[in-house]
Structure formats: structure tokens, C-alpha cells
Design a protein around this ligand. Structure first.
Ligand SMILES: [Zn+2]
Length: 449
């Protein structure tokens, strides 16, 4: 009885001290607001456009300096021989590791450093990092330099508050996510950087909104379909065979059979937005016949029946579908046309595929982030899945590491748009969630008895 009382008094003191430390941690993040803004702006001002893969070395050197100052050991790794890697556009990555005072788990934050093309319609400098009304503007602000900055601030504030933490923290900045991640996370995973013996928890701060835990993504299958014809004079098309009309028949099959079938399929994955809970397919491109001319060209058309027409399809599929089913469904329609449509012939070249990836919602990192969303934002976390793929696929398939989620600030719908921005308050909130999750996983003291 007596002993029990001592234990409970001590545990009360322990839990009080833990709460004070958590308050200090939350304050350490709010105190770093200006630093967070400046860091995000600096990252936006390094134009890491992909394609072609500009300035990867520069952004890695910037991160290297910053993280070494915070006590991380760093490695700069070039993904030699991966798609696009060359001496003009080398694929550089950085992996930084800070080891704690005691053995324990490693939490890894992975952010891609590349950004997509600027496009038209901007009202601010896309690489200026302007701060207007609490929002920082620029290409990559939300996807995902804001998330990268938030994770660095979270880690730095955590290390300052819990210098005696157990385990390790890793932060990586990786290339080429926007073009498949082969020169980034896939390369690092092949080299063992995501081996479960080295890393136990992964957070990818993609812009899924600060109150959502993203468990995974749908799959994708990309292919080019070509239809064939026979060239002839355009004034006597009956002497040839028009490949564009054959492609019209393909698209008609898609409209009548494939699209309704895909729309009728629904997934149990919590994909957002709602429209992506069915199978979808985009036709990315179509081309047939004479080379495309500029709109203001004065050249006259040549008179030929096209003997080739090509489309590129982008088919996104659900965890309930297999890649073989997805392929067979399209080739089935094409083979059927071959039987029913005179002179129809086609070729199909697969361009790429990605399998769906889903982390269990009971996985430790998913549960930890969800608990800290509740603590910081005062509302339950929403579990979601992404319509498009991101680097989780490589961590899952190559790294064999399942305990991985995407969690980060920013509005998903702003990604790749003109006037992309990240809210500073959202970055602060999500940095607090990340830091509390570190405090929970990289425990400095045992739980009170
Ligand atoms: Zn992204």
C-alpha cells in the first residue's frame, strides 16, 4: 500500500514534468516563426524545376549547411545513371541523421525538393517567395517546400527541448518525385536507406492538409496506343486507310464500355477527393498524321491520309484491382476491334506502372500523427488516401518499410496551380504535430507507472 502511494506520487511528478516539456516544445515552435518563414522563402528561391532537374546540388548544399548547424550528420548522394541524370542535371539527394542520447527507433522525414513547371497565370514571382497576409507564395510553396521547412523546424525545436531523446531523426531532401522518384527515393531505397533495420517510421510532408493522415495512394498504368493506316492522297482517302478514324473507334469503345465500367467500381480506400474513389483514366495526348503546326503558321496543309495515330493513356487504379486486370481490360477492347472493324490494327507500348500502396491505419506512425492532430488541433484526424502516387510506393515496395504516412501542411488542390501558396499558421500547426509525434516516439523517459 505504502509503496504504491510512492509510485503514484512519482508518476504524477513525472507526468507534470512531461507536460511542461510539451508546453516548452510547442512554444519553441511558435518562437521559430520568423525562421520558418525565412527557411521556406529560401527554399522557394532555389528554382528546382523538374524537368529538367535544375539546382538539385544547390538545394542539397543549402540543406546540408542548415542541418549540419543543427547537429545532423549529412550525406550528399548522386543517383548516378537514373533517368535524366547527367553532368548538366545531376540527380543529387541529401540524407541527414541526428542520433539521440539512447538507443531507440528512427523517425525519417522525407521531402522531395523538385517542383513542376510554372505554367501561366501567375500574379506574383513564382520564385520570389513573397509573404502576403500570412501566406508564402511560389512554385513548390505547398508541394512541398513548406512541408520540408515545417519538418526541419519540428526536428530542431524537438532536439532543443529534448536533448536527451532516444533513437534518431533523419531528414532527407530527394530528387525527381514529380517524375517518378527514380533518381530520388527509389535510388535511396535500393541503397538501403529505407531498410527497416535503419528506419522504423517515415513521414512524408506532402500537402494533404494539416488535419489529415494520408495512408497511401492508388496505382497507375501509363501506355501509348498506336493505330495504323495506309498513306494515300487526301483527295482520294478511299485509296488509303485513315489511322485517325481507327483511333476514333478506340475512343468510342472507351466512351461506351470502359468509362462506364470504371465509374461503377468503388474502393474501400479513403481516397480524396470523392471522385477518385472510382477507377479513372485520362487521355493525356493524341496525335495523328501531319506534324502539328504553330497556330500562327502560314504553311498550308499537305494532303495525306494519316497512316499512324497515337494516344497516351493514364489509367489510375484501385487497391481492389490488379495490374493484369487493368491491362487486360484495355487490350480486350482493342482485340475486339481487331475482330469487328475492317483493317483495324494496333500496337500498345507500356510506358510505366505503379502499384497501389496502403499503410494500415493502426500502424504506429499513423496512430501517433492522428493522436497529435487531436492534441494540437482539438479535433479528430481524418484518414485519407491520395488519388495520385507519391514516393511512398518506393519506401513500401523497394524499402519494404510499411510504417509510412504522408502528413504535411498545405492544400492539396493548390499543388501545381498558379499562385501556389502555403499558410504560415498551417505550417506552425503541422510542425507542432510532427514535433509532438517525435516526443511520443523518441521517448526520453519511460511512461509513468
Ligand atoms: Zn509533392
Amino acid at each position: 500500500m505504502h509503496e504504491l502511494r510512492i509510485v503514484s506520487i512519482r508518476s504524477l511528478a513525472d507526468s507534470r514534468r512531461m507536460n511542461t516539456r510539451l508546453t516548452t516544445l510547442m512554444q519553441a515552435i511558435t518562437d521559430r516563426r520568423d525562421d520558418l518563414i525565412a527557411l521556406t522563402q529560401d527554399l522557394i528561391r532555389i528554382p528546382t524545376l523538374n524537368p529538367p532537374g535544375d539546382n538539385y546540388r544547390e538545394i542539397c548544399e543549402y540543406l546540408d549547411k542548415r542541418l549540419r548547424r543543427s547537429g545532423f550528420e549529412t550525406e550528399l548522394i548522386r543517383a548516378h545513371g537514373t533517368p535524366g541524370d547527367c553532368d548538366v542535371y545531376p540527380r543529387w539527394n541529401i540524407v541527414a541523421r541526428r542520433t539521440g542520447a539512447h538507443p531507440g527507433d528512427c523517425v525519417h522525414f522525407n521531402s522531395h525538393t523538385d517542383v513542376v513547371d510554372v505554367g501561366r497565370g501567375w500574379t506574383v514571382d513564382p520564385f520570389g517567395g513573397a509573404l502576403i497576409d500570412g501566406k508564402i507564395y511560389g512554385r513548390g510553396a505547398c508541394d512541398m517546400k513548406g512541408g520540408l521547412a515545417a519538418s526541419i523546424i519540428a526536428a530542431e525545436a524537438f532536439i532543443a527541448t529534448y536533448p536527451d531523446f532516444a533513437g534518431a531523426i533523419e531528414i532527407s531532401g530527394t530528387a525527381d518525385e514529380e517524375s517518378g522518384g527514380y533518381g530520388g527515393v527509389a535510388y535511396l531505397a535500393e541503397k538501403g536507406y529505407f531498410d527497416p533495420a535503419r528506419v522504423q517510421h517515415v513521414i512524408i510532408p506532402e500537402p494533404l492538409n494539416k488535419d489529415r493522415v494520408c495512408l497511401g495512394h492508388r496505382g497507375g498504368w501509363w501506355a501509348e496506343i498506336e493505330t495504323f493506316g495506309e498513306i494515300a492522297h487526301g483527295s482520294m482517302p478511299f485509296l488509303g486507310d485513315c489511322a485517325v478514324r481507327h483511333m476514333g473507334a478506340v475512343i468510342n469503345e472507351f466512351e461506351e464500355k470502359l468509362y462506364p465500367a470504371m465509374a461503377a467500381r468503388h474502393t474501400d480506400m479513403p481516397v480524396v477527393p470523392q471522385g477518385a474513389r472510382s477507377s479513372t483514366m485520362n487521355i493525356n495526348a493524341i496525335h495523328g498524321g501531319q506534324a502539328e503546326q504553330l497556330k500562327d503558321s502560314t504553311a498550308l496543309p499537305s494532303h495525306c491520309v494519316p497512316d499512324s495515330c497515337r494516344i497516351v493513356i493514364d489509367r489510375r487504379f484501385l487497391v481492389e484491382e490488379t495490374l493484369d486486370q487493368v491491362r487486360d481490360e484495355v487490350t480486350g477492347l482493342l482485340d475486339n476491334l481487331k475482330l469487328t472493324r475492317p483493317r483495324f490494327d494496333y500496337a500498345l507500348h507500356e510506358l510505366n506502372h505503379v502499384l497501389p500502396s496502403m499503410t494500415d491505419r493502426d500502424a504506429p506512425i499513423a496512430q501517433s500523427i492522428a493522436a497529435q492532430i487531436q492534441n494540437v488541433l482539438g479535433k479528430p484526424a481524418e484518414f485519407v488516401a491520395s488519388p495520385g502516387t507519391y514516393d511512398q510506393k518506393h519506401i513500401d515496395r523497394i524499402g519494404k518499410l510499411k510504417n509510412c504516412v504522408a502528413y504535411g501542411p498545405g492544400i492539396l488542390e493548390l499543388a501545381h496551380k498558379p499562385d501556389e501558396y502555403i499558410g504560415v499558421d498551417d505550417m506552425i500547426d503541422s510542425a507542432q504535430v510532427m514535433a509532438r509525434s517525435l516526443a511520443q516516439i523518441l521517448k526520453t523517459e519511460p511512461d509513468p507507472a
